[in-house]
Design a protein around this ligand. Sequence first.
Ligand code: URA
Length: 248
Amino acid sequence: MKERLQKFLSRAGLASRRQGEELIQAGRVTVNGRVVTTLGTRIDPEADEVRLDGERVRLPRRRLTVMLHKPEGYVTTRHDPQGRPQVTDLLGGLETSLYPIGRLDYDTSGLLLLTNDGELANRLMHPRFKVAKIYRVTVAGVIAAAAVQRLEAGVKLAGRTTAPARVRVLKVLPERTVLELTIREGRYHQVKRMCAQVGHPVLKLKRIAYGPVKLGRLPRGAYRELSAQELVQLWEVSGRPKAANPKS
Ligand code: URA
């Protein structure tokens, strides 16, 4: 949609409308290589190239964070040597590239956050903030209280003990146990390695919450933008309260 050049300059954060008019009248603004001095010139922000004093003027990128219900059978990485389906294949229709916040294994399903907000991603993944990740885990065998205690207290993985975790036993079946496991780290294959370490290999793994954000009833393979409230909560757990302003 076309808009007035001075409005575009002010949306780009360069000037008030009035100052924008002055910049235009002073001959400092070009559109597609031609100096424009006529106030009210309309431009197409998507297609036209606007420069101020020779510098390209761009609109601030809209910050976008979504949750995806990742199905099994997708990789989280961008470059998979085996060419398997990628989670970003499920984000058709988005106007911007999004990057996953952390990883889920190929055979893990559940809540994956993706964002173009690098600061939020870095904070959420930083070990300092200890953001809780909650998994529903089906393990082989019937788990004994002692194994639950070991998982909670911390098990040694590659010489380093895992941080305290929380375990709830949801279901005990003849040869399997369903657990809810909350961890606050994000080590490589952490849940699978922790459970294997206490003698109960993981059969099925699904992440159901990331910090305050819950997967809820989002269908498998679907995604949705986070609400303003969810974003505020995510900023809070990542150490920096921030006003909800998803459009900024
Ligand atoms: N822990 C794992 O082992 N795998 C995942 O995908 C996530 C956590």
